[in-house]
Write a protein that binds this ligand. Structure first.
Ligand code: NDP
Length: 444
């Protein structure tokens, strides 16, 4: 690898030795960038921006102090990482999960910067959240928590500064409450959060966009390989926003979705879920039920503890969380002759898993390309909010399809070599060139 890049990675490793997930994504991305720089004349022009690109512009950390139903004061931590604003206002989700920390949010903010660039929408990258478990809160507690969270976050965001959205643990309910808190505190009705309810500025199609987009880019890859989704067996992890909408679109396209999972286990159904099954799972999860309980409502299905990767299929869509597919899981997928792996979640494959899966014969698309549909449609929601004219679902969905097609083309443009497309390399390099050129144009 390029020597300058090696030095940068070792600098970051010494600087942040405990931020394992940030370093994991950084190493994965800079490896591609290093190979790219080795292949172009005058790579030095990018060096100063590369150093700067690996460092977030701002890591904001704040105390969230709120009252629980027993009248006790509870303290959580909140963060907003404004990673890179060269291409537009910071944009990226908020995650509410006990595992949230600065490391995870830096990894997500870094990924988001590249992802947002791939969409072609003028958006910078950011991410935020809190180490709270929203599932343990009553509605009244959730309201008090989101108000306390927004009191702190409000001073750092704005419709032209930083526009957060949802992520794990932050769905329509949490976004609605945060938007209400923002509006009460600021006295203004601006599009400062995306993923809002349809009655107060939300975009018809944003909720579905990430999951649908995963299937649209999967279809583009299949078609590039003269293949199709019809009749394919698909295993999906997660049973939240991304996974259930990916499942829905895959079924609508004629595929057989065999699994959906949660933190404890998965539901398996052969020859695949119906659309009605998926709706039952969505509703059960909104009501905070585990899949072990929801399973009794699905006909001819089986509930198993653990991960779904041992189920034999043609396509795997990891749509739950980071590092959910480790080396051992990837080995099972390869032994079961998986043909395609498309990441709905952010960084769901460990480096060992990527090494096994991204082998040239399995079609593999990384999250920063595959799950970019959500943020792209957040960009459309921002547009809608500035115009005060609601867009129709069909127009939104067709914009999503065309953006996913463009992202596929960008990955092919930068990632195709000797008839094989390395989508991970293509996405990393295409994202890098866009962000780096914006930074260079604006001066060091
Ligand atoms: P949700 O909270 O709606 O769903 C997450 C799902 O993953 C749930 O079923 C949850 O299980 C499961 N899950 C969470 N953590 C773990 C874990 N440690 N082990 C196993 N399963 C787990 O989140 P989203 O669907 O919004 O997000 C999923 C992934 O997609 C994340 O990586 C997110 O960053 C990424 N993403 C989301 C976007 C969006 O628009 N929402 C956009 C782009 C990326 P349980 O039901 O038990 O909680």
């Amino acid at each position: 690898m390029n020597n300058y890049i090696k030095e940068l990675v070792s600098k970051k490793t010494n600087q942040y030795p405990h931020q394992k997930q940030f370093l994991q994504t950084l190493e994965e991305v800079v490896e591609s960038i290093g190979s790219y720089l080795d292949s172009i004349p005058n790579p030095e022009k990018y060096y100063p921006v590369l150093d700067s690109l690996l460092e977030p512009e701002r890591v904001i950390s704040f105390k969230v102090r709120w009252l629980d139903d027993q009248g006790q004061v509870r303290i959580n931590r909140g963060w907003r990482v404004q990673f890179n604003g060269a291409r537009g206002p910071y944009k990226g989700g908020l995650r509410f999960d006990p595992s949230v920390n600065e490391d995870i949010l830096k990894f997500l903010g870094f990924e988001q910067t590249f992802k947002n660039a791939l969409t072609g929408v003028a958006l910078g990258g950011g991410k935020g959240g809190s180490d709270i478990n929203p599932k343990e809160l009553s509605r009244a507690e959730l309201e008090r928590f989101t108000l306390a969270f927004m009191i702190e976050l409000k001073r750092y965001i704005g419709d032209k500064i930083d526009i957060p959205a949802g992520d794990i643990g932050v769905g329509a309910e949490q976004i609605g409450l945060m938007y209400g808190a923002y509006r009460k505190l600021g006295g203004e009705f601006s599009g400062v959060l995306t993923g809002k309810g349809l009655d107060f500025g939300g975009l018809d199609g944003r909720t579905q966009a990430t999951g649908f987009g995963v299937v649209y880019i999967l279809e583009a890859m299949l078609s590039h390989r003269q293949d199709s989704l019809e009749g394919k067996k698909v295993v999906i992890s997660g049973s939240g926003n991304v996974s259930t909408h990916a499942a829905q679109k895959a079924v609508e396209k004629g595929a057989m979705v065999l699994t959906l999972s949660d933190r404890k286990g998965y539901i398996f159904k052969e020859p695949g879920f119906t659309l009605a099954d998926i709706e039952l799972i969505k509703a059960g999860k909104v009501a905070r039920k585990p899949l072990s309980e929801i399973n009794s409502k699905i006909e001819d299905s089986v509930y198993q503890e653990g991960k779904p990767w041992s189920i034999k299929a043609d396509i795997a869509l990891p749509c739950a969380t980071q590092n959910e597919v480790d080396g051992a899981d990837a080995k099972v997928l390869v032994e079961n002759a998986i043909s395609y792996v498309v990441e709905g979640a952010n960084m769901p494959l460990t480096p060992e898993a990527i090494e096994l899966i991204n082998n040239g014969s399995i079609g593999y698309i990384p999250g920063k390309a595959a799950n970019a549909g959500g943020v792209a449609m957040s960009g459309v929601e921002m547009n809608q909010n500035s115009q005060f004219i609601p867009y129709k679902f069909d127009e939104v969905d067709s914009q999503l399809q065309s953006i996913m097609q463009n992202i596929h083309e960008l990955c092919v443009k930068y990632g195709a070599k000797d008839g094989v497309v390395d989508y991970a390399y293509g996405a990393n390099v295409a994202g890098f060139v866009k962000v780096a050129e914006s930074m260079l144009a604006q001066g060091l």
